[in-house]
Design a protein around this ligand. Sequence first.
Ligand SMILES: Nc1ncnc2c1ncn2[C@@H]1O[C@H](COP(=O)(O)OP(=O)(O)OP(=O)(O)O)[C@@H](O)[C@H]1O
Ligand SMILES: [Mg+2]
Length: 218
Amino acid sequence: MPLLEFNNVFFENDNIKILEDISVGIKQGDFVSIIGPSGSGKSTFLKLCSHLISPTRGYITYKGKDVSEYNPTDLRKSISYCFQIPYLFGDTVMDNINFPYSIRNISFDKEHVYELFSMFKMDKDYLNKEVKNLSGGERQRIALIRTLLFRPEILLLDEITSALDMVNAQIVEGIIASLNNEGMTILFITHNFEQSRKFANKLLTLEAGAIKSLEVLR
Ligand SMILES: Nc1ncnc2c1ncn2[C@@H]1O[C@H](COP(=O)(O)OP(=O)(O)OP(=O)(O)O)[C@@H](O)[C@H]1O
Ligand SMILES: [Mg+2]
């Protein structure tokens, strides 16, 4: 049984078809790169995975159960979406990094947080920085660190290296590849053809809201 499965999924809004008849199974441990032209439905596909939006037809199962049957907060702890435009809240980086602890009623684990910052080669002084002053690439990495504090089972990544220089993009790629090696299932949207093939075992191409191809790479 696939970990996550789309069964003839459609998504429309105002009678406009955005995704059309999507059927695909994601296995535990898969690294699926998702490519396709701008507007082809890639972000919509990931939002459906974590039930941020619901299919207008068809259904999506996680571990055999319809995603709509899970408590949304619990589902998003297991299937976590990193937005294309990183969403940070509050005043400081600390407000964001503390959030995953506070919603779980767990006390802030400084050592673990510092470890993650060092994996990303970011100084821990970032914690005191104001969100409004962060660059686009810093926002992307803070949003990713926030998502990784508690490891999701499925990590949905929407162009998360788009604002990064090559060195930082490679650091992030390395972290994602090692998480995948440890068993985390990754869905990775990118516009970079080379990046799409680097670590993925499957390559999903969307075009005009439909699956154009699903290639098995390794
Ligand atoms: N809720 C919505 N209502 C109406 N149109 C929508 C909605 N969500 C997405 N769209 C449209 O559906 C299409 C697919 O959007 P989506 O964000 O999934 O594309 P994408 O493949 O991620 O593109 P990009 O590479 O530019 O990020 C776009 O034309 C977008 O404008
Ligand atoms: Mg998108």
